[in-house]
Write a protein that binds this ligand. Sequence first.
Ligand SMILES: NC(=O)c1ccc[n+]([C@@H]2O[C@H](COP(=O)([O-])OP(=O)(O)OC[C@H]3O[C@@H](n4cnc5c(N)ncnc54)[C@H](OP(=O)(O)O)[C@@H]3O)[C@@H](O)[C@H]2O)c1
Length: 329
Amino acid sequence: MKAAVITQPGEPEVLQIRELEMPRPNATEVLIKVHAAGVNRPDVMQRQGKYPPPAGASKDIPGLEVAGEIVETGSGVSNWKPGDQVCALLTGGGYAEYAIAQTGHCLAIPAGFSYVQAASLPETIFTVWHNVFQRGQLKPGENFLVHGGSSGIGITAIQLARAMGAGKVFTTAGTAGKCDACVALGADICINYKENDFESVLKEQRVDVILDMVGGDYIPKNIRLLNIDGRLVFINIMKGSRVKSGDDYVDYGLIMRKRLTVTGSTLRNRDIKFKTLLALEIRDQVWPILEKGLFKPVIFKEFPLEEAAAAHRLMESSEHTGKIMLVNK
Ligand SMILES: NC(=O)c1ccc[n+]([C@@H]2O[C@H](COP(=O)([O-])OP(=O)(O)OC[C@H]3O[C@@H](n4cnc5c(N)ncnc54)[C@H](OP(=O)(O)O)[C@@H]3O)[C@@H](O)[C@H]2O)c1
């Protein structure tokens, strides 16, 4: 089979097509003929050598989500059969013609969704559901801020927060056009972070939960903005895990006095059981939202698998709004 392989850590060009042995499923796995795969920021970090795959994951084929058709099932799999159309969360290996998934990490393609649309869902929905609704405990009527609103994660968080009955939804993005797109998806206020300081814009608003992928100088600002009993959830720290921003600092007294919860997580290294339980909750809670049309997949651009390097270049340019996808023709 063909796969886009990280031949060595480096620039997008290190992603090259190779002819590889077909993987075979073990007892609890399925083999999927991949029609489409999502590109995610963690794939870029893996290619750069900054995000080593967890034990057991493909070391050189990136790709955390796919959609396609099951062609083979392991001996212990009873919930899927060859021919079933699924999307799946993977620990890697999605940039290929065939990929292996745990049986419990597959979900039926939502009614009315294409393979490309379905492949755009697992990584961001699993991440957002766990971090915003399980860890962050966002409740109906509460106000929510997600940084990076035009990212794959951002477009998912805005729409799920809306669909789950959040009060106001706030977000940040780097251009006016991206802000317009975030508002069209349901954000009440989008702050162009290159022109305005989000803390100043939102200081009169109640903010109950923040999903942050930026870190760095955003950390003290997030903590000052949060309401009593607020929750701050990190899924990345792109501007660094340390607060070093002029004279600004984190006041831990605020965490105590406002009874804040500061938490975070990474999805990829969680065990099989955790992701299986998460998939079941998502099937019950999120799939009906998708099938009622309350969530629009936002596909920015599709590339053939052979152009995986170009897909990574686009992601690194940050010109996109929504998801970048790879397709097998
Ligand atoms: N912890 C987990 O389990 C997990 C899982 C998946 C993804 N993630 C993380 O979630 C993030 C989004 O992933 P993705 O695949 O959706 O990537 P993506 O589409 O490339 O998103 C990156 C986003 O970061 C935004 N950004 C950069 N600097 C910013 C700043 N100073 N203020 C506000 N926004 C800023 C960019 O906005 P502009 O383009 O407007 O500048 C862009 O929207 C990544 O950091 C990724 O590593 C974490």
